[in-house]
Write a protein that binds this ligand. Sequence first.
Ligand SMILES: Cc1cc2nc3c(=O)[nH]c(=O)nc-3n(C[C@H](O)[C@H](O)[C@H](O)COP(=O)(O)OP(=O)(O)OC[C@H]3O[C@@H](n4cnc5c(N)ncnc54)[C@H](O)[C@@H]3O)c2cc1C
Length: 654
Amino acid sequence: MVSRARFIRALQQQSRSRALAGAALPRATIAAASASNMARCFATSQSRLIAPSPAHGVAKLTSETYPELRRDEKFTQLTEEHVAYFRELLGGESAIIDGVSKDAADDILMFNEDWMHKYRGQARLVVKPKSTEEVSKVLKYCNDNMLAVVPQGGNTGLVGGSVPVFDEVVISMARMNQIESFDEVSGSLVLGAGCVLEVADQYLAERGYIFPLDLGAKGSCHVGGNVATNAGGLRLLRYGSLHGSVLGMEAVLPDGTIMNDLCTLRKNNTGYDLKQLFIGAEGTIGIITKLCIQCPQRSPAVNVAFLGLESYEKAQQAFREAKGQLSEILSAFELMDGLSQELVHRAKGESMPLDGTFPFYCLIETSGSNSEHDYEKLEKFLEDVMGKEVVADGVVAQDATQIKSLWAWRESVPEVSAHWGGVYKYDVSIPLADMYSIVPDVNDRLEKAGLLGDSDEFPVLGCVGYGHMGDSNLHLNVVVRRYDKAVERVLEPYVYEWIERRKGSISAEHGLGLAKKNYIQYSRNDTMIGLMKQIKQLYDPVSNNLLPPFLHVSVSSSALHHTPDTYFLLSRVLVHIRRLWDARLMEGLFITVKKLTWPLLARLEWDNEPIQVPVSPAGASKAKKARLPGCGKRSGRPKAAETASCKPTHMAEH
Ligand SMILES: Cc1cc2nc3c(=O)[nH]c(=O)nc-3n(C[C@H](O)[C@H](O)[C@H](O)COP(=O)(O)OP(=O)(O)OC[C@H]3O[C@@H](n4cnc5c(N)ncnc54)[C@H](O)[C@@H]3O)c2cc1C
């Protein structure tokens, strides 16, 4: 690699081993080149990535970290009889991990604990169906027997949605990993939801194609998990979101019904496009079992440049120039701040790509079909931005190994952020002009709260910002020495309020999971939340919340989150008042109480607090009437029918 003074000269060297392969290269070379490019991710093909922090023990139980979460007692406790059913259905011991009839805590731990070591559930059974029919039978049985479940892919999710909270049955999709067919003319790939992303991409590389999604966890995450979270990743700038790439889908609904929409065509405008609902639904309305993905042709010529910049404004200018000058060959534009790169340097002990240090770094990737043409374009662009002093220093990868090495500086950030003991992750979309300013703001706030410092007495080490600048998607990572409620209270809901004020999104690509389920109202209005609840109710009507029962959509008052304990106690009192009301024992008193507490009661219902099934016939008919569409607007007081209509009738107790 070359740096600063030698940079432009190096760019001009015609002898450079140009990118990876030219368009005219024989097919085998293209595949090999593509495969080496693909190997740039730090992810491995091990079954699971573990954040390799020496500071980590086993995560605290989620139910201890969040004592306000309650197991809903309507769900049955697992028995040996249930386990025997699954064992027989799925064909023996290898298809289940049974912690009910024996101690299997160690084997189940990796299914109970998330990648960040932040959440840990108490599942005692993992089932591993191998076919759609088996998934269907598993779900039907769970539905009939009121067993709560959590679907799990590669368990690389970053919002606590992939692991149980209590004793939910984990349905691992790992054995549904077959590639079923690939059309080499159209590029449509049909595969099982449990296929590891990297495996699918390797398969495509051998055929000159590429999976339209790439992310640091590709060696572990499943394509089903990717679609369930609507993962964005490093190629979104080029290939768009999975909403466009998923051509067809097969999924199983909570009652075991198989929805087969495994269309392999790009165009299919026959009625509602139901599969779209499952993309990003995080397993709340069904389990994705198979997918058909539209895969683009793999670009044979790839270049990567790594740039140092003096300010975020310059990073924005560089992005603008890159879009203008590199246009159709620009395939990634990633941003990393100085601290993120310093942490990678400290954790890995490798020298940094540039001689000096900078407040910001950008990684630019181009992918095209004509090596000469692409290189010339990149060269011109780099000369231009360096000449204008938009970019202070930079290096260009000279071969596939250097491409891999430069990408590692970007892709290692999530991993090293968790290296010191833990990380609070906020994956957010913010209009570009403001995107980075959340990082210093949060840093200041943590400092003022006395939580950030250099020694062990401070829980917070620092705040880093990096992400997919090309998609206005920032990852704000608060790097901590240990998870600490005091830190969480300073961060939440502050971060979400900050984002709401800038009309951003509190979840750009990781989903809601358990981490953000109470904050959805910062990015979605009440009407939309109401519609989401109706969809959940429609797809999961019998047990209502069989599929991840503790992750369903809910809203809560941001103000009350400042004092969660008071809120919790208050809500308990109000729940009892509401129960008595349902039993018609307090009708008179309720009129007065309602006047005084109406805003809280309304909010309470929206919070999915445990509003009981009516105990009297009068209450029962009232509950029936309450199932109506059309929720109220956020501002203003909701009408009685509106609030009732927005709450599913049998919500989980938490
Ligand atoms: C190092 C690292 C880098 C990452 N980089 C990115 C990135 O750039 N962009 C990005 O978007 N994410 C990123 N992630 C987050 C994560 O990899 C993605 O969210 C990924 O899509 C999760 O896939 P998974 O198979 O691991 O799913 P899991 O973590 O197992 O599950 C995620 C959610 O999907 C549900 N689910 C899983 N499989 C199914 C199924 N078949 N049907 C229905 N529901 C299902 C689960 O219940 C859970 O709610 C990164 C994670 C790590 C560790």
